[in-house]
Structure formats: C-alpha cells, structure tokens
Write a protein that binds this ligand. Structure first.
Ligand code: GLV
Ligand code: GLV
Length: 318
C-alpha cells in the first residue's frame, strides 16, 4: 500500500500530532475554524482515514466523494454528526472516543450544577463589577444542593459517572434509561419512568445520545411536570432539549434555573437565554481538558491503525 493518507479536519493538541505514525501522509490544517465544504470534500476524497469533529457534518453526499476512505474516527463520543448508515453502505468504519472523556464530562456537569444552584457566575460578575456592598444575611441566596434528589436521564457511562459523584453530596439518584444499572456499594440508584424522574428531581441532568428518538426529549410538556424549584443541566447534545421551550419555562418560572453546555444551533444561543440571570451558559466544554483531548486523539489513532491493518476498530460504532 502507498503511504496511507490521514486527513484531520481541525487543529488538534500537539501531543496527538506527535503520536501520528511516520508512515502516514498527513493532510491537515493549523486552523481552529471548521473546514469549508470544498476543503472537507477534498480531504475526504483523498483520505484513507479521517479524524473529524462533532461540528463537521459527514453526510451521504460528502461520502459519495470518497474512494479510498476506510475509517472515519470521530473526535467525540457522540456521533450524531455522521450518517453512519451511509458510511456502512460504503464499507467505511465509524469509530468514536468513549470512556476517555467520561470523567471530564461528569466533572463539568457538576460544575454547572453547582454554578447554577449557588449563583457562582452571577456572584463573580457582581464582584468584578465593583459594586458588591459586602456580606448581607439575605444576599444572593441560592438553592441547597446536598441531600437533594438528582435525576439522570440516560444512565450510560457519563450518566453513571455523574451519579457516582452524588454520593459525596448525600444525594439520592433516580434515573430513566433503557436498562437497570447496578448501584455501587452503599448507595441506591433507583430506576423510574421518565415522568417520575421529571417530577421527582431537584436537579435533572441529561446524558442521552442525540438520535431521532431523543430529539426534543425534553419539551414544553416535560418541563411543565418538573418542580418549580428544579434545575435542568444539559451536557449531552443541544437538540435533546427544546431550547425555545426552555426559554419560555425559565421566563414563566416553571423551573428555577438551567445550566447548559450544548445548544440546538451551536454556536448560536437563543437570545432569550442570554438575558436570564438564572442560567449558566458554557461553550461546549464537556471534554475540554488537555489530558482528555489528548486521550481522545490517541483513541482515534488507535482505531485508525487497527482498520488500516485490516483489524477491527476497538471503538467501532457502525
Ligand atoms: C462531545 O460533545 C463529545 O461527544 O465528545
Ligand atoms: C459566613 O461567611 C459565615 O462565617 O457564616
């Protein structure tokens, strides 16, 4: 075989680039900007292997330009950006990066939960503004976290990692998901119907992948059944949550607050969210630690090496 061509759609952390085998011919960019449609098409047309990101849309039309492509290694655990069926039809393997980003994403979920309930961002903004008048007994009172009920929708790897952290906060966990998950020693994770989790949670955290079945899983009807004191946290995918319905619910006081890492039309954020003080908004940082982003790259390279060697990809999704 000629030197295999590896196309990487975006600038990755240097330790990932340093780990790329010498025999690959590398086609990449030093840019953080998404590739244009033409650049993407050229890269896919030339490549034997691709590393792409969650904001690159890999559809059937793009795949129709491939001739030598054997594997698409998505630099993400979610792979809703890829038409997996179209790839499979062409015999192209698709892989993702599970496990290595689980703990980082669970950490960030808790950062959001705590920030929203204890008004961390509002408080920081006030101190920086230089107008904080000093401690007051009734100042910036937030919502209690310890001892409250944590609801999780989607008890996969990340959902379970979020639930494990609840032990330290003395929080019972209820969850909705396809299957029962054994609780770790000393705690009880209780599986309930979606409607029971919605109604029973003080903090509700979303951890399902984006599929047709989970699109707008949380909409106006679901929000209406939540406690008016509840907080909603989303570190999964934006379209799992009906963002317009969330804006209405927050304005109407249907729930107490929200904390989001993901949006329906990234990087656009609903204008109605920006003006609300009881919402914390992050720019899709779930896996954003250097350690995790390096490990994600190494997982992509492992899957690519396997497929180029004629072996099964360890993280093949289709
Ligand atoms: C991040 O959102 C991922 O799916 O890895
Ligand atoms: C608050 O700062 C306290 O000491 O109670």
């Amino acid at each position: 075989m000629d030197r295999p061509v590896l196309y990487i759609t975006r600038r990755l952390p240097p330790p990932v680039l340093e780990a790329i085998p010498q025999q690959y011919r590398l086609l990449t960019t030093t840019s953080d900007e998404p590739p244009t449609a033409t650049e993407l098409r050229q890269g896919f047309a030339e490549a034997d292997a691709v590393i792409c990101t969650l904001s690159d849309c890999i559809d059937a039309s793009l795949l129709s330009h491939t001739t030598t492509l054997k594997i698409i290694a998505n630099y993400a655990v979610g792979y809703n950006n890829i038409d997996v069926a179209a790839a499979a039809q062409r015999g192209i393997v698709v892989s993702n990066t599970p496990d290595v980003l689980t703990e980082a994403t669970a950490d960030l979920t808790w950062a959001l939960l705590l920030a929203a309930s204890r008004r961390v961002v509002e408080g920081d903004t006030w101190v920086r503004a230089g107008t904080w008048p000093g401690w007051r007994p009734t100042q910036m009172l937030g919502a209690a976290v310890s001892g409250k009920t944590l609801g999780i929708i989607g008890m996969g790897r990340i959902g379970q990692a979020v639930a494990r952290r609840a032990v330290g906060f003395g929080m019972p966990v209820i969850y909705a998901g396809h299957r029962s998950i054994a609780s770790p020693l000393g705690v009880t994770w209780v599986r309930r119907s979606l409607s029971e989790v919605l109604a029973g949670s003080d903090f509700l955290s979303l951890h399902v992948p984006l599929t047709e079945a989970t699109h707008h899983l949380i909409g106006p009807r679901e929000l209406a059944t939540m406690k008016p004191t509840a907080f909603l946290i989303n570190t999964s995918r934006g379209p799992v949550l009906d963002e317009a319905a969330l804006v209405s619910a927050l304005h109407a006081g249907t729930i107490a607050g929200a904390a989001l890492d993901v949006y329906e039309q990234e990087p656009v954020v609903s204008a109605g969210l920006l003006s609300l003080p009881n919402v914390v908004l992050l720019p899709h940082l779930g896996s954003a630690t250097l350690d995790t982003r390096v490990r994600m790259g190494l997982v992509c390279l492992t899957n690519i090496a396997a497929v180029l060697n004629g072996e099964a990809a360890p993280n093949q999704v289709a």
